[in-house]
Ligand binder design. Structure first.
Ligand code: WT7
Length: 624
C-alpha cells in the first residue's frame, strides 16, 4: 500500500482513497504519523473521537524533537544557514551549535525567573538567535509571543501587556535594505508606559550564565505559543497553540506536501513574526533535521536577485514564498533570474493570499524551469498548519489551492464561506482578546474561541471559496473586515482606531481595494471636523494619517488612498454600511447596490465623487 508521504507523486484516485480513510478512521491515520515524534511516553491512541482529545497521555517536548535528537545523530549538519543584508554575509549553525544556543537562552530565561506556562515576548529580526529563542521557550514549556519586528512600539506594547509577558527578548539593531534599524529602541519605547513592564533581555549581551539543560516534558494539554493576528474587532487577538498536537499536524503536512527528503535544503522567505515563520521555519524543517535557510535582508537589495542568488549558493531544493514577493520580483529584468543556476529546485510553495495567474505562470516557468510543482498552500494563523494544497505534481491548476489535507473536511456554506467540519490537531486552542493570558483561565479563552469561530459545529474561516467538479477548492479572499496586505492580515478597525486619533478627524472607515503588488491595500474614507478643506489642509491630514497608522500599527499598514467625504453611509442604528463603501472604493456605482438600509443616502453621490478625487498617498506623503 502506498503511504501518504509518497503521495506527491501518485494519481488522484489513490489520493481520494487515502483521504476518505483519513476521515473515517482519523485515529489510524494519525497513529502512523505520530511515530515521527520521539516520545518520552507514547500516547496509546492519536485521536480520541469521543472526547476530541489529541495524543492523550503522550509526553514529549517540541524542542527535543527539533534540536536535541538531531544534535545527537547529526551534530555537524547545518541546521540553519543565515544570509544577512549583503550577499557575502553568511552564517552556518550546526545542530550541535544550535543546541548550545538554545540551552544558553533557556538558562538565562530560567535565571530570570521564567517558568513553565509563562509568556516570553520576542521582538527580533530573522536571525538564528530568533529561532533559538523560540526553541528555548519550547524547551522549558514557556509560551513565546513573537511580534514581527516591523510592528511599531505601540503595537508591541499592546501585545506584551495583554499577554502579561514576563520578559522580552530582543537585539540591539538589525540591517535591512542598507538601513540600520534600532530594534532595542523600539522595545524600550514600548515598555516605558507599561504598568507591569517585562524585563528586557538583549540576546546580543547575554553574558555568562550557569547552564541548565533541563527539558520540560509536556503533556497534550500544554501550550507552545501565543501569536497575534487581526480580525474584525478593533484590536488584534492572541491565538494560542498547543505544543504536541500542533507539532504533529505541522510536521505531517510539511512531510507530505513538500515531499521532503533527508538532504533537502529548504528556504522559506517568511519571517518568524508570522505563523508561516513559526510552523514552517522555526519548527517543521528542524523537526525532520533538514537544513533550513533564512534571510534577514531585503529581496531587492543590493540587487533584485537575492533569493535567486541564495538558492544557487545553497542548492535550495524547496522554496516557499508568497505571491506578493513573486509579483514584485517579476517586475524586474529577467537577467536577475537568468544569471543564477536554479536547477537544484524541486518544489515551490506559495502562501498568504490567492496567487494570480500571471504570477503563478512566471513562478512556474521562470523560477521552477517548468519542472517544479507549485504548492499553493491555504491556511491561517488559527489553523496552525496547511489545510488545502495541491497534493499531486503533474496536474497543476494555477490559482487553485486544491485539495483538503488528510483529515480535513471542507464545506462551503450557502453564503460562499469556507468552513471546516472535521477536527484536526493543528487548530488553535484558545483566543485571547483584551484580557490577559495569565490573568484568565485557559478555559475562559477556549470558550471565547468556540463562541467566536464556530457555527453549528463547523469552524468558520472567514474566506470565500468555490469548489470545482474535481473537488478542487479555489479561494477568493476574505469575506470579513480583514485586509490582506502583502499576505499580512490587518483589521480595518485597527486602521480606523489609528486614524480617529488625529485631532482634525471626526470619523473614518477603511476598506480593502486591489493592489498590483501587495494584493490588497487600505482605502480610507475620512470625515474631517472642518467641512471645507483646502488642498493643503487635506495633504496635511493625509500625512498625519500615514504617520498615525505607522505609529499605531507599523509601516506595512500605510493606507494608499484617502478620500475626504462629508459623511459616511449609516443605518438607522448608526452602523457604517461597509459593503457600499467597499463597492464605491472599487470603482463600482452605488446605483446597482442595495442602499435601502442607508438613512443618509444623499451622501452617496458625494462619496463617489470623493473616491474619484482621492489622494494617492505614495505620491504625496514622503514621510520620514
Ligand atoms: C488568510 C490567513 C497562512 C499563513 C499566512 C497567512 C489568506 C493564506 C492563502 C492561499 C488564498 C490565502 C486567507 C486566509 N491566505 N494563504 N494560498 N490562497 N488565500 O496567515 O495571517 O492568518 O492569514 O490569508 O485569506 O484567511 P494569516
Amino acid at each position: 500500500m502506498l503511504l501518504e508521504h509518497e503521495l506527491a507523486w501518485v494519481d488522484e484516485k489513490i489520493y481520494w482513497e487515502i483521504y476518505e480513510n483519513s476521515l473515517k478512521y482519523p485515529n489510524e491515520f494519525w497513529m502512523r504519523h505520530m511515530q515521527d515524534i520521539s516520545w518520552k511516553k507514547s500516547p496509546e491512541i492519536a485521536f480520541d473521537e469521543r472526547s476530541g482529545r489529541w495524543l492523550p497521555g503522550g509526553i514529549s517536548n517540541v524542542c527535543y524533537n527539533c534540536i536535541d535528537r538531531h544534535a545527537e545523530k547529526t551534530p555537524d549538519k547545518p541546521a540553519i544557514v543565515w544570509y544577512g543584508d549583503m550577499p557575502g554575509e553568511r552564517r552556518e549553525i550546526s545542530f550541535a551549535e544550535l543546541q548550545r544556543m538554545v540551552v544558553r537562552i533557556s538558562s538565562v530565561l530560567r535565571a530570570r525567573g521564567v517558568k513553565k506556562g509563562d509568556v516570553v515576548g520576542l521582538y527580533m529580526p530573522m536571525i538564528p538567535e530568533a529561532i533559538a529563542a523560540m526553541q528555548a521557550c519550547a524547551r522549558m514549556g514557556a509560551l513565546h509571543l513573537v511580534v514581527f519586528a516591523g510592528f511599531s512600539a505601540e503595537a508591541l506594547a499592546y501585545r506584551l501587556s495583554v499577554s502579561q509577558a514576563k520578559v522580552i527578548l530582543t537585539v540591539s539593531a538589525a540591517n535591512r535594505g542598507g538601513k540600520r534599524i534600532k530594534v532595542l529602541d523600539n522595545v524600550e519605547a514600548a515598555v516605558v508606559n507599561m504598568e507591569r513592564p517585562p524585563e528586557i533581555i538583549n540576546v546580543d549581551t547575554l553574558g555568562n550564565v550557569e547552564l541548565d539543560d533541563r527539558i520540560a516534558w509536556l503533556s497534550e494539554s500544554d501550550n507552545l505559543f501565543v501569536l497575534y493576528t487581526s480580525g474584525s474587532s478593533g484590536k488584534p487577538k492572541g491565538i494560542i497553540h498547543s505544543a504536541l498536537p500542533y507539532i504533529l499536524y505541522v510536521a505531517t503536512t510539511f512531510k507530505v506536501i513538500f515531499d521532503i527528503k533527508p538532504n533537502d535544503v529548504y528556504f522559506c522567505t517568511s519571517d518568524v513574526g508570522w505563523i508561516t515563520g513559526h510552523s514552517y521555519i522555526a519548527y517543521a524543517p528542524l523537526f525532520f533535521g533538514l537544513t533550513t535557510v533564512i534571510f534577514s535582508g531585503s529581496p531587492t537589495y543590493p540587487e533584485a536577485d537575492r533569493y535567486w542568488d541564495i538558492i544557487e549558493r545553497e542548492h535550495v531544493s524547496i522554496f516557499y514564498s508568497a505571491p506578493t514577493a513573486i509579483r514584485s520580483l517579476q517586475m524586474f529584468n529577467r537577467k536577475f533570474v537568468e544569471r543564477h543556476d536554479l536547477s537544484s529546485l524541486r518544489i515551490l510553495g506559495s502562501v498568504g493570499e490567492p496567487i494570480n495567474r500571471s504570477a503563478w505562470q512566471w513562478y512556474f516557468d521562470v523560477i521552477g524551469g517548468g519542472r517544479c510543482p507549485i504548492m499553493d498552500t491555504w491556511w491561517q494563523t488559527e489553523t496552525g498548519g496547511i489545510v488545502l494544497a495541491p497534493l499531486r505534481t503533474l496536474k497543476q491548476k494555477p490559482g487553485v489551492a486544491g485539495k483538503p489535507f488528510f483529515g480535513i473536511s471542507p464545506k462551503i456554506s450557502d453564503n460562499g464561506e469556507l468552513t471546516i467540519t472535521s477536527k484536526w490537531a493543528g487548530l488553535c486552542r484558545a483566543v485571547v482578546y483584551e484580557c490577559g493570558v495569565a490573568g484568565n483561565t485557559t478555559e475562559f479563552c477556549e470558550n471565547i474561541f468556540r463562541k467566536n469561530y464556530f457555527k453549528d459545529g463547523a469552524f468558520l474561516t472567514g474566506d470565500g471559496a468555490t469548489q470545482d467538479a474535481n473537488g478542487d477548492i479555489k479561494i477568493s479572499g476574505r469575506l470579513d473586515d480583514v485586509i490582506n496586505i502583502s499576505g499580512h492580515r490587518l483589521g480595518t478597525a485597527e486602521f480606523e482606531c489609528a486614524i480617529n486619533k488625529i485631532d482634525e478627524v471626526k470619523e473614518s472607515a477603511v476598506v480593502a481595494v486591489p493592489h498590483d503588488i501587495k494584493g490588497q491595500t487600505a482605502f480610507a474614507y475620512v470625515v474631517s471636523k472642518t467641512e471645507l478643506l483646502t488642498p493643503e489642509a487635506k495633504a496635511d491630514i493625509a500625512k498625519k494619517i500615514v504617520a498615525a497608522t505607522r505609529c499605531c500599527i507599523g509601516a506595512i499598514a500605510k493606507p494608499d488612498f484617502i478620500a475626504f467625504v462629508p459623511d459616511l453611509p449609516k443605518t438607522r442604528s448608526g452602523k457604517i454600511v461597509r459593503h457600499i463603501l467597499r463597492a464605491i472604493a472599487n470603482g463600482e456605482s452605488y446605483e446597482n447596490k442595495d442602499v435601502a438600509s442607508v438613512v443618509n443616502s444623499r451622501v452617496l453621490p458625494d462619496l463617489q465623487a470623493a473616491v474619484h478625487n482621492s489622494l494617492h498617498c505614495p505620491d504625496m506623503c514622503k514621510l520620514k
